[in-house]
Ligand binder design. Structure first.
Ligand SMILES: CC(C)(COP(=O)(O)OP(=O)(O)OC[C@H]1O[C@@H](n2cnc3c(N)ncnc32)[C@H](O)[C@@H]1OP(=O)(O)O)[C@@H](O)C(=O)NCCC(=O)NCCS
Length: 452
């Protein structure tokens, strides 16, 4: 039953009340009681455990002793005074690539080349709901800690493996990264400028295929938990292929090729299926006196006006009645030749304006528009700070840290960020004592023998 006071509120007040960020830590967590062992590296695998941990699962990240997983030491800004790597290597730090993919977790270190570490992993897996790993196909089976080995002691285990090309087929042993997935999956072939505009394929700088793959795998895991706990009582083995995940996004390009044999082309900041629906260059910088060279550059602004009435309004704003007359319907506008006339005409109008001036003019006409923001601008928007989507947290290890909040909302069981991550092996004593029953001297022995 919805509370009477909530019922009488406007929708805005209702949302503000049920998602009140000040209440988050007083509410229960939806995944509490679910344990996840994350033997993951880079982004694709780690963010699976991160998403579950944001919702309250107990996620234990297991890494190579001392140095941890590669993402910690392959990316820059790894200054020890910012984010220390581990207590064994006080002069080393964790690189920024690790950020965002490992919040709320416990950190255990184990060397899988040592038989004692394998025994510890088996003991942990026996008490675990979910295991997640993204090493090469078969690496964990070779080490004796794959799905089939764990099954003997824990038939309820859900095991998510993420790889490049999947576990069978000629490509199964190939290495993969986000960028390889996007290249193999065809994404780059339709991103970037066409040859006529001096362009080449362009990659997406954010690791979108990794984070998307992680989200889909989390979805798989939650579905499997439902099936285990409500239907079958059984765990299962889950596979996610990074390349398949990337090619899944080609949607209309595959449909076009399948029916007509036409190979989709790159179309820069314009849109092959909709016009106008693209990014305009605005000729004036918003920060001409900035010390940051990128901010001194001209700005960019997205505008959408593919509906006929919106296009008419857009032409009104830019004072180009000719354009409105020449391209009255979407079918007239969407072709390549039309677009190569329309966008330059719009940019001619924007040539003496900042992105904010362009936005103001378009918003005034009721169009959907948005300047392209940089990370400084994104980090300082009041709207997102009010909603806790962008927040300064008091991290128990690192102090004040600016970080994103959880991207989805659950009114009764909200997700939350408790800490951004910890150094390698920070929870060795806690995890080994709590889950494996080791005492202090046994843990010291494991450390001395470089097992942890
Ligand atoms: C990322 C990737 C290319 C790395 O490949 P790789 O390092 O050659 O091979 P693996 O991932 O199987 O890692 C095995 C090695 O990890 C090291 N290792 C990592 N953690 C370890 C641990 N806790 N204990 C012992 N060894 C460990 C070992 O050197 C081991 O090799 P070895 O047994 O021959 O000594 C590969 O794992 C991959 O393609 N993964 C799937 C796609 C993916 O997730 N990519 C990353 C996200 S973009």
């Amino acid at each position: 039953m919805v509370d009477k006071a909530l019922k009488d509120m406007t929708f805005e007040d209702f949302c503000r009340a049920v998602f009140n960020t000040k209440d988050t830590f007083h509410k229960p967590e939806v995944m509490k009681g679910i344990r996840v062992i994350s033997t993951t590296q880079y982004i694709l695998g780690p963010c699976v455990a991160a998403y579950l941990a944001e919702l309250g699962a107990e996620a234990i990240k297991v890494e190579l002793p001392k140095r941890g997983e590669p993402m910690r030491h392959t990316t820059p800004f790894n200054e020890p005074f910012l984010y220390p790597l581990s207590r064994w290597l006080p002069d080393k730090g964790t690189g920024l690539g690790f950020f965002g993919a490992n919040p709320n977790e416990l950190f255990l270190s184990l060397d899988f080349h040592k038989p004692e570490a394998i025994q510890i992993m088996k003991r942990l897996a026996a008490k675990t709901d979910v295991c997640c790993e993204n090493y090469r196909a078969g690496t964990f089976d070779r080490w004796g800690i794959g799905y089939r080995q764990y099954q003997e002691s824990n038939p309820r285990l859900i095991y998510q493996w993420l790889g490049g090309f999947g576990g069978w087929g000629p490509g199964r042993n190939r290495a993969s990264y986000d960028i390889l997935g996007q290249a193999q999956g065809g994404c780059f072939s339709v991103t970037g400028w066409p040859k006529e505009y001096g362009g080449m394929p362009s990659k997406q700088t954010i690791w979108i295929m990794d984070y998307w793959g992680g989200a889909i795998s989390t979805f798989n895991i939650i579905a499997s938990l439902y099936w285990r706990d409500n239907v079958s009582g059984k765990g299962q083995f889950l596979e996610y292929s990074q390349v398949h995940g990337a090619q899944r996004h080609l949607t209309d390009f595959i449909a076009l090729y399948g029916k007509t044999g036409i190979v989709g082309q790159r179309w820069g900041n314009w849109e092959p299926l909709l016009c106008v629906h693209g990014i305009l260059k605005c000729g004036k910088s918003s920060y001409p006196n900035s010390k940051n060279p990128q901010e001194q550059e001209v700005g960019f602004c997205f505008v959408s006006a593919f509906k006929d009435e919106d296009f008419k309004k857009l032409c009104g704003v830019v004072g180009n009645a000719e354009l409105a007359k020449k391209y009255p319907t979407h079918a007239d506008r969407v072709g390549a030749v039309a677009q190569t006339e329309i966008y330059p005409a719009l940019e001619k109008w924007a040539a003496d304006k900042t992105k904010e001036e362009v936005e103001k003019a378009f918003t005034g006409a009721g169009l959907v528009t948005q300047p392209v923001l940089n990370s400084n601008e994104v980090a300082n928007q009041e709207h997102w700070h009010l909603r806790g989507s962008m927040q300064w947290i008091d991290d128990p290890t690192f102090g004040d840290v600016l970080t994103q909040g959880v991207a989805y909302r659950l009114s009764e069981t909200p997700g939350r960020i408790k800490h951004v991550f910890k150094p390698v092996g920070a929870d060795n004593e806690y995890v080994l004592a709590k889950l494996c029953g080791y005492g202090g001297s046994e843990i010291a022995e494991l450390e001395k023998n470089e097992i942890i």
